[in-house]
Design a protein around this ligand. Sequence first.
Ligand SMILES: Cc1cc2nc3c(=O)[nH]c(=O)nc-3n(C[C@H](O)[C@H](O)[C@H](O)COP(=O)(O)O)c2cc1C
Length: 157
Amino acid sequence: MAAFYLAVGSVYGAAEHVAEQLEAKLTQQGHSVQWIESDDPESIVAVASDVLMVITSTTGSGDLPDNLAPLFYALKDRFPMLPGLRYGVIALGDSSYGETFCGAGRQFDELLTELGARRIGERLQIDACETFAPEEEALKWLPQWLAQLERQPVNAE
Ligand SMILES: Cc1cc2nc3c(=O)[nH]c(=O)nc-3n(C[C@H](O)[C@H](O)[C@H](O)COP(=O)(O)O)c2cc1C
């Protein structure tokens, strides 16, 4: 069983709802789940040998929601190396925004890679143009992502 930490960015609640559904599923499967509620980068450093799931929508023009941006910029500033951290990204967006599609999830993904963390699987991008039920996409994606996580234990090369 793994310890999961969720960093959630949401403006209107869709990404938050996805995170709640994921939390319920993971908890049901016996994992522990906690939300990162702090903007302090040490909250990520403290869980750097566990699993982080970033679940964020995109706002503005490829921007992070206000409730996740402070943590992102503080991490970028403090720049702690996180080689033991395994992470996944669920990015919500709308493809009608063109080049900024899922920009917030992409930015967080790129930052974590720069910090030496290891992404498990591919980033999931959920397009509001294609679905009104992003939580269904996320729950469909989760089992294969968990299978990949199991194959990549802590500090595996
Ligand atoms: C003002 C505004 C700006 C947005 N900008 C983008 C964007 O740049 N890129 C993108 O992919 N989606 C963009 N979106 C779409 C949202 O990311 C998408 O609808 C998402 O599902 C909203 O999730 P939330 O309810 O958790 O905020 C924007 C939506 C709004 C209302």
